[in-house]
Design a protein around this ligand. Structure first.
Ligand SMILES: O=C(O)C1=C[C@@H](OP(=O)(O)O)[C@@H](O)[C@H](O)C1
Ligand SMILES: C=C(OP(=O)(O)O)C(=O)O
Length: 437
């Protein structure tokens, strides 16, 4: 699919539900006793993989024609033995969080996934879950396919996260739900806190204390969760694509409604403002325990900056599209401290460097990041085909680049976009982007 120079983008749109919150809503609803109701759930492949796995372990999950999801949970401790391997598709979040759930239940589950997921490191969850008593066998290097034999009862542990990862933190907290005693996770670098917020919302006994800059999360196990009504806000990681598109296509002015702006997720928007973006959070409110706003953004002359490395966890999935904004900025943008990008759906540093060079942007690859030489608002040369490498964010980032390029940018395979943002192209077209195609 090709993406070409677009006329000014305009209009008001909504992006699909937050992927992180959607996974957690399904998992915690499946562990509550009774019926939970979820609106705004992301109906992307990653979240549907989580739904299928929870069904395979006993939850009854239904969707009404209007998009209301109902989940009848089995109760903490009540997960059933799945009859077949759990196919996690492309989803790291599903895999790591569900490994945690299974680790403290009397079930054995095999996890499989696509070629991208099979390359991703799982030792970061295997190690602490084995400390809790789970028996885990994995392919060499701690990769998929792997089998988790849950421990019942599991042993509560105190664990300091060696890598800033909300997935590892959440896997341990989910394992802690069916573990007697207190599971204590120490988080030296704060990451997205949706699990903590939602666990509390479902009635779990969870406390967070900050001591010397380290977050101490303590969860009392053998929890009883009560069913909830959850409204999932729009995904700030998905909103990033139309927002950057509006910033780089001259004359654009758009509004993205109902986007989650949890501070552990909104780093990109802070960085774009530092670069000179005309971007505002309008009508700020709280929906289902999460801060939400409409993002109002206009085309802006951007300036390159040194992105503060400490902001990385709050925008870890947004660096690919930030690199496109950086390519249009005046001066260089330096991104460091993001070696984690090398173990996402693709090596996102290598993928962005190769793709930017292919569309005529000068970029230097660093072991832990990249330096992008901005073109000061001049259109990008474009005119290349980009391999999306089973990575939705690489596909969407270069699609956005195409909208500000002299010659169209072609994406070899847009299908990965269905994992997180199934109507991405339709939404861009609704803003007017399709007229250039
Ligand atoms: O917990 C989550 O929902 C996620 C955490 C992040 O991964 P890591 O924990 O590996 O950083 C992020 O990249 C991913 O898209 C979703
Ligand atoms: C890294 C991502 O997801 P996951 O880890 O769930 O595959 C992402 O959505 O960018």
């Amino acid at each position: 699919m090709s993406f070409a120079a677009a006329p000014p983008l305009s209009g008001t749109v909504r992006v699909p539900g937050d992927k992180s919150i959607s996974h957690r809503a399904l998992m915690l609803s499946a562990l509550a006793v009774g019926t939970s109701r979820i609106t705004g759930l992301l109906e992307g492949e990653d979240v549907l993989a989580t739904a299928a796995a929870m069904r395979a372990m006993g939850a009854v999950i239904a969707r009404s024609p209007e998009g209301l999801w109902t989940v009848n949970g089995v109760g903490v401790g009540g997960l059933l033995q799945p009859e077949a391997a759990l196919d996690m598709g492309n989803s790291g979040t599903s895999t790591r969080l569900l490994m945690g759930l299974v680790a403290s239940h009397p079930v054995t589950a095999t996890f499989t996934g696509d070629a991208s997921l099979t390359r991703r490191p799982m030792a970061r969850v295997i190690d602490p879950l084995m400390q809790m008593g789970a028996d885990i066998t994995a392919a060499p290097g701690g990769r998929l396919p792997l089998m988790v034999r849950g421990a019942c009862p599991a042993v509560p542990i105190r664990y300091r996260l060696p890598v800033a990862s909300a997935q590892v933190k959440s896997a341990l907290l989910l394992a802690g739900l069916n573990t007697p005693g207190i599971t204590h996770v120490e988080e030296p670098v704060p990451t997205r806190d949706h699990s903590e917020r939602m666990l509390k919302g479902f009635g779990a006994d969870l406390t967070v204390e900050v001591e010397n800059g380290v977050r101490h999360i303590r969860l009392h196990g053998e929890a009883e969760l009560s069913p909830q009504t959850i409204e999932v806000p729009g995904d700030p990681s998905s909103a990033a694509f139309p927002v950057v598109a509006a910033l780089i296509v001259p004359g654009s002015s758009i509004r993205v409604e109902n986007v989650g702006i949890n501070p552990t997720r909104s780093g990109l928007y802070e960085v774009l403002r530092m670069m000179g973006a005309d971007l505002a959070f309008a009508d700020q409110r709280v929906v289902g325990g999460e801060p939400v706003a409409d993002i109002v953004v206009r085309h802006s002359a951007l300036t390159g900056i040194e992105v503060p490395p400490e902001i990385a966890p709050a925008m870890i999935d947004e660096y690919p599209v930030l690199a496109i904004a950086a390519a249009m900025a005046a001066g260089r943008t330096v991104m460091r401290g993001i070696e984690e990008l090398r173990v996402k759906e693709s090596d996102r540093i290598a993928a962005m460097v190769a793709g930017l060079r292919a569309i005529g942007v000068a970029v230097e690859e660093l072991p832990d990041g990249m330096i992008v030489e901005g073109r000061g608002g001049d259109p990008l040369p474009g005119g290349a085909t980009i391999a999306s490498l089973l990575d939705h964010r690489i596909a969407m980032s270069f699609a956005v680049a195409g909208l500000a390029s002299r010659a169209p940018v072609t994406i070899d395979d847009m299908s990965p976009v269905a994992t997180s943002f199934p109507d991405f192209v339709t939404l861009l077209d609704r803003l007017g982007a399709g007229q250039g195609r």
